[in-house]
Design a protein around this ligand. Structure first.
Ligand code: SF4
Length: 399
């Protein structure tokens, strides 16, 4: 019997075949959307309506009530979906939403749930995946290839177009798009299955580990954590004069990894306490979730009251408010006529700068950057990858 594996597991499996030894259950239950928060589910449901009707429901109240999610956030993500749909909906003339698909994949049965599938009357199809958040460094291409392969296999098609829309990106949704022929996909499946079949003790540690269900049990992670803790212990005992900067810098990636592990631990223990109530730490202490309250005033709803309380003094009201530059410029852009949006934003920003209303703070952040003397630097290609047909469309377009 084939072991079931979700397409959403593929980005991890391609980077680290060792992750597949997590156990059959985890491979099968991993959610496809990767966005299982209440807000994420509500966004997906409203997006389904947009794809079916061509418009966003006027009242989002039923979803806000059903999922107790953030109304503003749902409004923004679904507005972004509608903007995308108005420009590109024509690509999906026969939309099927929440369509399950599957195909054999070496020792696995690959399965997935498509947010949107449109099979045309010829030999091609389009698939689309809504992502409720902003675009991250996570490589979603293997997940989309998996969906595309399942669709090509199930319907016997020759060409699949695949799109991921990042609804959290501002001011416009960002999307990534690929096109593959069945030949491309079959070649990819052969290579990936060969790689997976040679997976014994083959681990690749990286950013993807934080989404891996083997995070806490993985032998490579355990070895790395032990080594890092030993290095940190030695460092703390070293007289400052003997500390060599490059030796300290060399353990930075490993320390980042330990931090990720600690973060995953915090998420886990929070979930455990939320589910079970206080959990004993020792004879005297227990871990508990202590409620706290933070208040914020919605300026739109409270404007009249605030204005009355401060006797209509605009200066006093302004002192209490902070305006996010990106949000304000997005609102300016929305109001400006098509074709003049950029110009209008530039003018308003210049006016604000002239009035001394824009404050600038210089911050420094610690990051890993390419060394100037890196011998491979000249061989690096720019950001982005070519699509499967090698026509260099690049992974992301912003409209
Ligand atoms: S935690 Fe990282 S290295 Fe370990 S199995 Fe998962 S992806 Fe691979």
């Amino acid at each position: 019997m084939l072991t079931t594996m979700r397409a959403s597991f593929m980005p991890i499996a391609c980077k680290c075949p060792g992750a597949l030894d997590v156990g059959t259950e985890a491979l099968a239950i991993r959610e496809d959307t990767g966005d299982v928060t209440a807000g994420g589910i509500a966004t997906h449901e409203v997006c389904q309506q947009i794809a079916r009707t061509g418009d966003r429901p006027e009242d989002l109240g039923p979803w806000i009530e059903k999922y107790a999610c953030d109304a503003d956030r749902l409004g923004v993500t679904t507005w972004q979906a509608l903007k995308f749909w108005r420009q590109h909906g024509g690509r999906y003339p026969y939309p099927q939403t929440e369509r399950p698909v599957s195909a054999p994949f070496g020792p696995f049965k690959l399965t997935g749930h498509l947010d949107l599938l449109s099979v045309d009357s010829g030999d091609s199809a389009e698939i689309l995946d809504w992502k409720g958040g902003y675009r991250t460094e996570v490589d979603v291409e293997p997940q989309m290839r998996s969906y595309a392969y399942c669709v090509a296999y199930e319907f016997g098609l020759e060409r699949i177009g695949a799109t991921v829309v990042w609804l959290g990106d501002q001011p416009e949704p960002t999307y990534q798009r690929w096109e593959w022929s069945m030949l491309d996909l079959a070649k990819w499946v052969r290579e990936t299955v060969t790689n997976i079949n040679r997976r014994e003790n083959r681990y690749t540690i990286g950013e993807h580990c934080r989404y891996c269900p083997r995070f806490f049990t993985c032998p490579a992670q355990c070895a790395l954590v032990h080594g890092t803790l030993r290095d940190l212990g030695q460092l703390s005992e070293m007289p400052e004069a003997e500390i060599q900067p490059d030796r300290v810098a060399a353990i930075y990636p490993a320390v980042q990894n330990v931090e990720r592990l600690c973060k995953a631990y915090h998420d886990l223990i929070r979930r455990i306490v939320a589910l079970n109530g206080p959990v004993p730490v020792d004879d005297r202490m227990a871990l508990a979730l202590i409620p706290g309250v933070k208040h914020a005033i919605d300026a739109r709803k409270g404007w009249r009251i605030m204005s009355e309380a401060l006797e209509g003094d605009q200066e006093e009201i302004a002192k209490c408010l902070t305006v996010k530059k990106a949000d304000f410029l997005a609102a300016v852009s929305d109001l400006a006529p098509k074709g003049l949006k950029g110009k209008r934003k530039k003018e308003v920003l210049e006016d604000l700068e002239e009035a001394g209303a824009v404050t600038t703070k210089t911050i420094t952040s610690l990051r890993m950057v390419r060394r100037k003397d890196d011998p491979q630097k000249g061989n690096q290609h720019g950001e982005g990858t070519e699509n499967a047909n090698g026509n260099g469309a690049g992974p992301a377009s912003s409209e």
